[in-house]
Design a protein around this ligand. Structure first.
Ligand code: ADP
Ligand code: 2DT
Length: 212
C-alpha cells in the first residue's frame, strides 16, 4: 500500500442516541480539516438486498428471522469491496451502524446466540474505531416517540442494549463509549477527538478482518 489509508469509523447506539446527527457533523468537520471523509449507513436501503430489508423494517413483508439476519450481513458484504477501495484511496468512512447492530438486534430475538449471529460478519473490514453512543431509555424517550418500524419497541430495545453491552466486552474491537446525554456540540468534540486519533493510528496499517 502506498500513502496513508483512511479509517473505518462506526457509530453505534440505541435509537435516538444521535448517531445520524453525529455522523453528519463528523464528516463535515473532517472535511473542514482537509481530510477526505464520506458517510455510509447500514442497512444501505438503496441496493436490491437493501430494498428487501427496507420492506421488512417497514413491515410490508415478513421474512424468517435467520433469513433477514443473513440479508443484513449480505448487505454489508456487497459493500465491503467499496469500503476497502475507499479506505485504500485514503478516504475515511463514517458509518451509521455496522455488524454490531446486526448481532445486537438478532440476538435480542428468542433462540439466537451471539456466536451464531456474529458468524456471517466474520472477516468484514474491521473498524478502526467503534463509538457507542450511550443513552438511557428515559433520555431517548425525551427526544421523541418511536416510529412505526419493526424493532421500535421499548422492551425489545432494552434487550438490544444488553446485547450491545456483551459485545463491548470484546477487547479485540476498539470500542469507545460516549455519554450521549450531553449537548450535540459536546458530543461532537469528543467524537472528533477519538476519530482524529483513530485516523492517525490507522494510516499506516493494513485493513484488518473483523472477529478474525
Ligand atoms: P439516531 O440516528 O441515533 O436515531 P438522530 O441523530 O436521528 O439519532 O437523533 C434523534 C433525535 O434526537 C433528533 O430529533 C435529533 O435532532 C435529536 N438529538 C440528537 N442529538 C441530540 C443531543 N445530543 N441532545 C438532544 N437531542 C439530540
Ligand atoms: P435505521 O435505518 O433507522 O438505523 O434502522 N438492524 C440494523 C438490524 O436488525 N440488523 C443490522 O445488521 C442493522 C445494520 C436496527 C435500521 C434498523 O435495522 C436494525 C434498526
Amino acid at each position: 500500500m502506498t500513502g496513508r489509508r483512511g479509517a473505518l469509523i462506526i457509530l453505534e447506539g440505541v435509537d435516538r442516541a444521535g448517531k445520524t446527527t453525529q455522523c453528519t457533523k463528523l464528516v463535515q468537520a473532517l472535511r473542514a480539516r482537509g481530510r477526505a471523509a464520506e458517510m455510509m449507513r447500514f442497512p444501505d436501503r438503496t441496493t436490491k438486498i437493501g430494498q428487501m430489508i427496507s420492506l421488512y423494517l417497514e413491515k410490508k413483508i415478513n421474512l424468517e428471522d435467520h433469513t433477514v439476519h443473513l440479508l443484513f450481513s449480505a448487505n454489508r458484504w456487497e459493500l465491503a469491496p467499496l469500503i476497502k477501495k475507499k479506505l485504500e484511496q485514503g478516504v475515511s468512512l463514517v458509518v451509521d451502524r455496522y455488524a454490531f447492530s446486526g448481532v445486537a438486534f438478532t440476538s435480542a430475538k428468542p433462540g439466537f446466540g451471539l456466536e451464531w449471529c456474529k458468524n456471517p460478519d466474520v472477516g468484514l473490514p474491521k473498524p478502526d474505531l467503534v463509538l457507542f453512543l450511550q443513552l438511557s431509555p428515559a433520555e431517548a424517550a425525551r427526544r421523541g416517540k418511536f416510529g412505526d418500524e419493526r424493532y421500535e419497541r421499548t422492551d425489545f430495545q432494552k434487550t438490544v442494549l444488553q446485547r450491545f453491552e456483551q459485545l463491548m466486552k470484546d477487547p479485540s474491537v476498539n470500542w469507545q463509549v460516549i455519554d450521549a446525554a450531553r449537548s450535540i456540540d459536546e458530543l461532537h468534540q469528543e467524537i472528533l477527538r477519538h476519530s482524529e486519533a483513530a485516523i492517525e493510528q490507522a494510516a499506516n496499517q493494513p485493513v484488518a478482518e473483523l472477529w478474525n
